[in-house]
Design a protein around this ligand. Structure first.
Ligand SMILES: [Zn+2]
Length: 103
């Protein structure tokens, strides 16, 4: 199966959203799809907080969610390939280490 490219899905970037102060979740509506996504915060400069989406699948902290056939999820959950393939050496090391553990 060909890997889905991030630019083939609907992209939701939290940096482009208006988040009310102290919000714990945000409603995302795209076309006919609507979903409530939990928010996470991390402290940043000047006493402010930075908002993140909580991926509905892995509960990971992400700035960008994608809307595909399974609803909203982060890039990792969709197993998305970047438009430019760029696999790092560390990725390959993790893969080979994983195989060795299962021998
Ligand atoms: Zn995820």
């Amino acid at each position: 199966m060909a890997k889905t490219k991030t630019n083939q899905l609907h992209r939701v970037d939290i940096r482009g959203m208006d988040i009310d102060e102290n919000s714990k979740a945000v409603q995302i509506s795209i076309d006919n799809y609507s979903c409530c996504v939990n928010l996470k915060t991390t402290p940043c400069n000047y006493g402010n907080v930075r908002y993140w989406f909580e991926c509905p699948y892995c509960c990971g902290r992400v700035a960008v969610l994608y809307l595909g056939g399974s609803g909203l999820a982060c890039q990792k959950c969709y197993g998305l390939a970047y438009p430019i393939e760029n696999k790092s050496k560390s990725d390959r090391a993790v893969e080979s280490g994983f195989k060795e553990e299962n021998v």
